[in-house]
Design a binder for this molecule. Structure first.
Ligand code: ZN
Ligand code: ZN
Length: 415
């Protein structure tokens, strides 16, 4: 088997498992997995895979892609929290941008100029850890528009998003210094909107028919929120991190797709992660939402599809998480894995796995690139310059090659 066909087989198996849970629900046997049959042909499985950049989105359709579904300690199978929402009107939104998610985003093959809006539910590293790489790496990967960021205030200004972004810009002053005079750095601008963490269901974004509201969450400290996006009669709700709360219960009622944290059961935090029992109880039920609490919340709010995330989703944990969710919820459910894709319309919610292209390169820029503003280049000291071995007999022919092809007359900096 080639590695590509092995990959396809693995994806097909995952799809079959996911599908099994959905079938299990629809036949009224809560949580029972339908048996795989010979009729689940390879051809059918192939059709159930989402190949990024090969499918246009219907004009009334929403696509949600899980780019990070795991825990703060990222692992090859699951990055930390990140969700991409794409709409039929062309708009795209990132909700959280946790550690490890950037490569999953790259695998979606979306030009960087088209993903310039990031919403943070709170400022834990597993919800914002890949921001620097997406922000500054994105400038090299052809994002030529400023990165727009929305995040909550905190109890005091230094706990708010604006302060965090100001400090991030300071933290990366050396990185920024290397790029300013060398590349078209328009994508290095940050456009930060901080909104009140305690605003209840207030609009924080309204453009092109898309409305995003925030509601307070209960997690960590004051300054955590959840989001509700509405567009074209479809409603997407995303908890980021929270324990069950009255704002989610009231305002996410009847969402088409509700993505809510569903943490590892406390007993598994002890047995598999080495937590002390009291730690496991605190983290697993008072700081995060246990599977049983998740199920209760979904029973109260009745989304068309409930999606649980924020746990290590493996062959030995998923059945236990599922069993506990099913104590309190018997509705439509998916337990998320990275690369799970949800196509949402008023008629149907289709759940598939996305194929992963490990050889993806960044897309060409959407806008025309400007030449770098060399006046912004910060020069080396005489000391560092004194160390250069310029190898003109090697470098000059490289310049000659480019100058001949592009009819330019550039010269090496170091001669
Ligand atoms: Zn958190
Ligand atoms: Zn988290």
């Amino acid at each position: 088997m080639s590695s590509a066909s092995k990959g396809a087989a693995a994806i097909a198996l995952v799809v079959a498992i996911v599908g099994g849970y959905l079938w299990g629900r629809s036949d009224g046997q809560a949580g029972r997995v339908a048996p795989l049959t010979e009729t689940a042909s390879a051809k059918k499985a192939e059709l159930d895979v989402y190949y990024p950049a090969t499918e246009s989105l219907g004009k009334n359709e929403m696509r949600v892609v899980a780019l990070g579904t795991g825990m703060p300690s990222v692992r090859p199978k699951q990055a930390a929290a990140c969700w991409l929402v794409e709409l039929g009107n062309g708009e795209k939104f990132l909700f959280d941008i946790g550690s490890g998610c950037h490569e999953r985003l790259a695998a979606q093959k979306i030009p960087y100029d088209l993903i310039d809006k990031v919403f943070f539910g709170h400022l834990h590293v597993d919800h914002m850890g890949d921001l620097p790489s997406f922000w500054l790496g994105g400038t090299v990967m052809n994002r030529l528009t400023p990165l727009r960021i929305w995040g909550p205030s905190g109890a005091t200004p230094e706990y708010g998003t604006k302060h965090a972004m100001d400090l991030m810009e300071q933290m990366y002053v050396w990185d920024i210094g290397t790029r300013g005079g060398v590349i078209d750095f328009r994508g290095g601008q940050l456009d930060v909107t901080e909104f009140a963490f305690d605003a209840v269901n207030e609009v924080i974004y309204e453009e092109k028919g898309v409305t995003i509201r925030s509601i307070p969450a209960v997690h960590g400290l004051d300054g955590a929120v959840s989001f509700i996006l509405e567009w074209n009669g479809l409603k997407f709700a995303y908890s980021s991190d929270t324990i069950p709360n009255k704002w989610w219960a009231e305002h996410t009622q009847g969402a088409d797709i509700a993505i809510h944290e569903c943490f590892l059961p406390s007993v598994l935090l002890v047995t598999k992660q080495g937590f002390a029992p009291l730690e496991a109880l605190n983290v697993g039920t008072q700081g995060h939402t246990s599977p049983e609490q998740f199920g209760k919340v979904m029973s109260m709010t009745k989304p068309r599809l409930a999606v649980g995330y924020h746990f290590y989703n493996d062959f030995d944990t998923q059945p236990e998480v599922m069993r506990r969710v099913r104590k309190t919820y018997d509705g439509p459910l998916a337990l998320a894995l990275d690369y799970m894709v949800f196509n949402v319309t008023k008629d149907e919610i289709r759940v598939r796995m996305s194929a992963v292209d490990e050889e993806i390169w960044p897309s060409p820029p959407m806008k025309k690139k400007n030449p770098p503003d060399t006046s912004k280049a910060i020069p080396f000291s005489d000391f560092t310059k004194s160390g250069v071995i310029p190898y003109p007999e090697i470098v000059q022919p490289i310049y000659d090659e480019i100058n001949e092809i592009y009819d330019t007359d550039y010269e090496p900096v170091f001669k």
